[in-house]
Write a protein that binds this ligand. Structure first.
Ligand code: ADP
Ligand SMILES: O=P(O)(O)O[C@H]1O[C@H](CO)[C@@H](O[C@H]2O[C@H](CO)[C@@H](O)[C@H](O)[C@H]2O)[C@H](O)[C@H]1O
Length: 460
């Protein structure tokens, strides 16, 4: 970086303090921020008129119901220009007294290209190592663009062939998204996009994984969008048995999830665990959530009963799973369904996310997602008739059933046969969603609350 573009760390910290909580990927919404420290500034490179720094930021959080005082580390690739280009103007950090525009670097194609070239060269820049699966995995000189979707992380497309995802929250240790994609590559799994490269870093003697690049599947459609189209068509037609429906897709999706589970089990093994330890964790989370979301407490007695019934399962088989499976995590290609984003639930620690769990957790995640798709279009609609509500409910039942049929056709065992344990996982997910929606999208809160009312009814 040229000296004329240098910004002091103190100024950067002040600007980040105001800017970071506004970002969609900032996971500590609802917590009290007590400190912000820039812990690394790695100069990534310069091109005419622009320079880039890879910045790591530690956020200190005060006591909150489910974080009780902790530090969260984020990576914030930053761009520096004399004048912000149109592309990055909306992503500037507030620095009114500076004559430099400082902004989210991942919004700038010139900076994305710097990351692409570092991956192609498998370079090390300061503490950051760019690694590739094979010598020719990544081409140099690829143009980049940020992917529209605003989610927990930020993904960019390189040369329209690779998708490079930057994990916004960074923790020491192995990142499950990279770990599981590598394990699945070894089985030749057809239901994931092949991994080509990743970025890691040594900090304070510990390894952290920063990002990964895999095939960008341009001709794919997100499961969430496809499912919503089906629901929209159904509600518009008003027909209880529509001609075109998502159910055949839900069946194929069930098969795809089962294949991924089988491949993960083959590569990384399975073990038996007392159902009690699974259900104890669920109970703990439901009870903690009841303190965070008003309205949940009334459901605690029925939730405890459901969870106690699930314990009767005795032992349960556990293995590595996806961990946060929903319709936004699956892509329909012309030939198959792909599962993406094996990071697990963003709210859990890395250690928790890498812990083996019941495959039923993923099944429950997808069942919850069918419920989300069916009820999303009814949110905020006044005068929803009983007939329309029934159509939405039937859509959920039809697709949940097709998904489980598809899953059972591969594994030979129907997830619905473990009724109470599956119900406990659905409740766990719905409660997680209630906390997530209360913090991020309060107008969506009623979707998980409806499910909680069904799974664990409050006393009259
Ligand atoms: N391999 C891929 N090919 C094409 N699009 C993808 C691919 N992987 C992810 N996407 C798109 O990028 C979005 C974000 O990816 P995801 O891995 O779920 O990120 P996040 O961790 O931020 O949720 C997805 O919803 C999907 O639309
Ligand atoms: O960003 P991630 O994909 O890691 O997941 C988080 O955000 C999701 C919302 O984008 C959230 O999913 C919930 O909403 C979806 C529709 O937007 C729905 O398909 C899911 O079933 C529902 O859980 C997810 O829970 C959260 O971890």
């Amino acid at each position: 970086m040229t000296d004329s573009m240098r910004v002091t760390t103190v100024d950067l910290e002040t600007a980040l303090l105001a800017w970071m909580p506004q970002q969609r990927w900032f996971a500590a919404k609802g917590s009290v921020m007590v400190s912000l420290d820039v812990v690394e500034r790695v100069p990534l490179g310069s091109r005419p008129g622009v320079s880039a720094e890879h910045v790591l930021v530690d956020i200190g959080l005060g006591a909150h119901v489910d974080d009780g005082g902790q530090v969260q580390r984020y990576q914030v690739p930053l761009g520096f220009r004399r004048t912000a280009s149109d592309e990055v103007a909306a992503w500037q950090l507030p620095m009114p007294s500076s004559d430099i525009a400082v902004y989210d670097g991942l919004r700038d194609p010139a900076i994305i290209a710097m990351y692409g070239d570092a991956l192609a060269a498998a370079e090390s820049i300061g503490p950051i190592d760019f690694r590739s699966v094979a010598a020719d995995s990544v081409n140099s000189g690829m143009l980049g663009r940020v992917l529209g979707a605003e989610q927990s992380n930020t993904s960019v497309v390189l040369g329209e062939v690779l998708l490079l995802k930057f994990f916004r929250r960074v923790a020491p240790g192995v990142n499950p998204d990279i770990e599981l994609h590598r394990a699945l590559a070894d089985t030749g799994c057809r239901n994931v996009a092949p991994l080509h490269a990743w970025i890691e870093m040594q900090s304070d003697g510990e390894l952290s994984m920063l990002g990964m690049a895999h095939d960008f599947v341009a001709d794919s459609a997100e499961g969430w969008t496809t499912a919503l189209t089906s629901v929209r068509d159904l509600l518009a037609s008003g027909l209880a048995q529509p001609d075109a429906d998502f159910a055949p897709e839900a069946y194929l999706l069930g098969e795809a999830v089962a294949h991924v589970h089988a491949d993960l089990a083959q590569q990384l093994g399975t073990s038996e665990r007392p159902a009690k330890s699974s259900v104890d964790e669920i109970l703990e989370r439901v009870e903690a959530a009841a303190e965070a979301v008003p309205g949940l407490a009334a459901h605690l007695p029925a939730a405890r009963e459901l969870i106690a019934r699930a314990e009767a399962a005795g032992t349960t088989t556990v293995q590595r799973i996806h961990g946060d499976l929903h319709l936004g995590q699956v892509l329909r290609t012309p030939s198959t369904w792909l599962l993406i984003d094996f990071e697990g639930e963003p709210a859990k620690s890395l250690e928790e996310r890498r812990r083996p769990d019941s495959a039923l957790r993923d099944v429950a995640g997808m069942l919850r997602s069918f419920d989300y798709a069916a009820h999303n279009l009814l949110l905020g609609e006044s005068g929803v008739t009983d007939e329309v509500a029934a159509l939405a409910t039937e859509w959920v039942e039809r697709n949940s059933s097709a998904f489980c049929d598809g899953y059972a056709s591969v594994t030979g065992s129907d997830p619905r046969s473990e009724t109470a344990l599956l119900g406990a996982y659905e409740l766990d997910k719905a409660v997680y969603e209630a906390v997530y929606e209360a913090r991020n999208r309060p107008t969506w809160l009623d979707i998980p609350m409806r499910a909680i009312r069904r799974l664990a009814p409050a006393p009259e």
